[in-house]
Design a protein around this ligand. Structure first.
Ligand SMILES: [Zn+2]
Length: 654
């Protein structure tokens, strides 16, 4: 396919793997930017007057802006999986953030372009898109290293747009010649809302807007660099993975409901083959991005792709496509019913225990549920929905997520954060809209500035109203831990077990409480239960190994640690613990080898190494290791109490 307006650059002929015929490819560079949690109505180009987003506004003037664009899920990982595959979550099977991985059997945009000769690189801003979740398929470079947050917290859950863009620009500098796909994911508008200066001060009362304005500033650097590198020869696509609710419909953040507050997204396209300055009214979806970009580069999507190319909309032609939406979040995390939706330009239907229908022309904010008075519309939309979800109940199979991942999700404001069990959809459940007061209490307890005892009381109240909601126990337990009340935390977790809640995080937390109180045998039992429910939970396995060792079960400790290390993922705490095992066995040379490996991965472990060197009389290496520890961790608040002691040890070395 020849795209009008192309002139100086070469049209290359490539034989596509899997295609019978030769296709004429446009060697266009592609910049795909996904801005997490960005509401369309918070951008200047979408009509918001109280913000400065000049770079995105300029991009909208240079290309097309979709006024009505929608995500297929209000959750980061599922929505990105739809963007990358052109498939609804029912097909790609990534149903929640954390606990689900995109299977290698799916074909991503990056994999298609890589096969056709493109250089591919991705730079992501959050741990929820790490390689282990499968969105790295087709990317030669996949930069997902988050900064360290300290030894106890491990890796931070996110990084600033400035860092993501810096890394992307460095990669762009190394590119010469071949067309490229560059995906940049920025996470800043996601909770917690804490923009850096000067945006913090400028938007003091509206920190979310401050994050958006800051993100725009950073993207400006990226757009400039791409324009300089590939003048007139880059397609730029910008969209978000979902919106954000600011208490509309009783929702805070995103994930529980399927209203436009969280499903509507900004969607901008510019570059060769795309008209300038057009605002398009046709309904667009995240699954349409892949077919659109493929068409613009002269390729066709595979038949199983569920999205369609949006290019007919450039000529005001009709584009097919009711927008499917789903969220399994309430079911997987709260013990409530899942929700599904079907949106046409006129109607929004939500399949829930109590179905909802909104006439979007009369009621764009979805405040008046008219399902009962419009049974014909409900029936028609239910048929469309069933065509996507299938008639039978669907089996949802979460993969297990490790404790570090769960901790990162928590720190990102995912108030669910339990490791869920498989289930079949369609079971009668609690309607999430009947639990709005719980959502409010949960949000206030975790994010308000109220004193801790008050927040604890709010969550306690919630557990009596919604006693089988795992998220309440998980978050309340966290608050007890923060306020140094281990006995109450233990009692709470016992209550949760009594209510039939079974999950690895629960047993793991009980194990940690027992271990801290010196009840080692109880700790072993709880950690073993956690490991059985979730064998991918490295943190529990490593804790289990530590209590095995401390109770003299050295062989069991060694076996458990080898389970982690045999999985192939380098895991510093396990290497360090294995060093302790060998030290206890009296083999200092082998112990040293493990301590050295652990310290290479994480400088926290230089401390054990320093003390081992000192014990061996190797003061030169002991000094170097003490210094390496202090250089990496000396300023970290988590080590405030330990650092003076370490400095003393260093100064006392002969
Ligand atoms: Zn997101």
């Amino acid at each position: 396919m020849r795209i009008p307006g192309q002139c100086w650059f070469a049209t290359v002929l490539l034989l596509l793997a899997g295609c019978k015929s030769e296709e004429k490819l446009q060697s266009l560079n592609i910049l795909l930017v996904t801005i997490d949690t960005l509401r369309a109505d918070r951008l200047g180009c979408y009509g918001y007057r109280s913000i400065e987003t000049s770079h995105l506004d300029r991009l909208a003037q240079k290309g097309v802006l979709f006024e009505h664009a929608f995500a297929q899920a209000p959750l980061t990982t599922p929505s990105h999986a739809s963007i990358m595959t052109g498939l609804n979550p029912t097909a790609h099977k990534v149903r929640d953030t954390g606990g689900f991985t995109l299977a290698a059997s799916h074909t991503t945009l990056a994999a298609i372009l890589q096969r056709a000769g493109w250089d591919t690189a991705a730079f992501v801003g959050s741990a929820v898109l790490k390689k282990r979740f499968g969105l790295n398929q087709g990317f030669t470079v996949y930069d997902d290293e988050m900064p360290s947050a300290g030894p106890i917290s491990g890796e931070a859950a996110q990084r600033r747009a400035s860092e993501v863009v810096d890394h992307a620009l460095r990669w762009l500098d190394t590119q010469s010649g071949k067309p490229y796909l560059l995906w940049v994911h920025v996470y800043d508008p996601h909770l917690p809302y804490d923009p850096p200066s000067p945006f913090r001060e400028k938007y003091a009362e509206r920190p979310y807007d401050g994050e958006v304005a800051y993100t725009d500033q950073q993207l400006g650097r990226l757009f400039d660099a791409v324009e300089k590198k590939s003048p007139g020869n880059a397609l730029i696509a910008v969209l978000s993975d979902h919106g954000e609710s600011f208490s509309e419909h009783g929702e805070y953040a995103h994930g529980v409901f399927l209203y436009d507050t969280t499903l509507r997204i900004p969607f901008l396209l510019s570059g060769p083959g795309i008209p300038a300055g057009r605002r398009l009214q046709q309904q667009a979806r995240t699954i349409d991005l892949l077919p659109t970009l493929l068409e613009l580069t002269g390729m066709k999507p595979a038949p199983e792709v569920q999205g369609v190319s949006l290019t007919p909309a450039f000529k005001d032609q009709e584009i097919a496509g009711s927008a499917y939406g789903e969220t399994m979040f309430p079911r997987l995390n709260m013990g409530w019913s899942e929700l599904r939706s079907m949106r046409t330009p006129r109607w929004k239907y939500i399949r829930a225990p109590k179905p909802e229908l909104y006439d979007l022309q009369q009621d764009p904010f979805e405040t008046n549920n008219i399902a009962e008075s419009h049974p014909d519309e409900v029936r028609k939309l239910e048929v469309q929905l069933t065509a996507i979800t299938g008639g039978a109940n669907e089996r949802i199979e979460p993969a297990t997520a490790d404790a570090q991942t769960m901790k990162q999700l928590k720190s990102l404001g995912y108030l669910g954060g339990s490791s869920p069990q498989p289930y079949a959809t369609g079971e009668k459940g609690i309607d999430p809209k009947d639990r709005k007061e719980i959502l409010k209490l949960l949000y206030l307890a975790m994010y308000s500035d109220s004193p801790l005892p008050q927040r604890i009381a709010q969550l306690r109240q919630s557990t009596t109203r919604d006693p089988t909601n795992p998220a309440l126990y998980s978050n309340l337990g966290q608050l007890y831990a923060e306020s140094g009340r281990p006995a109450e935390a233990m009692q709470l977790y016992q209550d949760a077990l009594g209510k039939g809640i079974r999950s690895a995080w629960l047993y793991s937390r009980m194990g940690q409480l027992c271990a801290r109180q010196g009840k080692k045998n109880d700790a072993v039992a709880f950690f073993e239960a956690a490991a059985q429910l979730n064998p991918a939970d490295y943190e529990s396995l490593q804790n289990l190994a530590a209590v095995y060792r401390e109770t003299g079960r050295v062989a069991d400790a060694e076996r458990t640690l080898n389970t982690i290390l045999n999985s192939g993922e380098p895991y510093a705490p396990a290497l360090n613990e294995l060093g302790m095992v060998w030290y206890q066995k009296g083999d200092r040379a082998t112990a040293q080898g493990y301590f050295e490996k652990a310290a290479q991965l994480d400088p926290t472990y230089q401390l054990n190494l320093a003390r081992l060197y000192r014990a061996q009389g190797d003061n030169v290496r002991a000094r170097a290791s003490f210094e390496a520890f202090l250089a990496a961790k000396g300023a970290s608040p988590e080590y405030r109490e330990m650092v003076p002691q370490v400095r003393r040890e260093l100064s006392q070395l002969p």
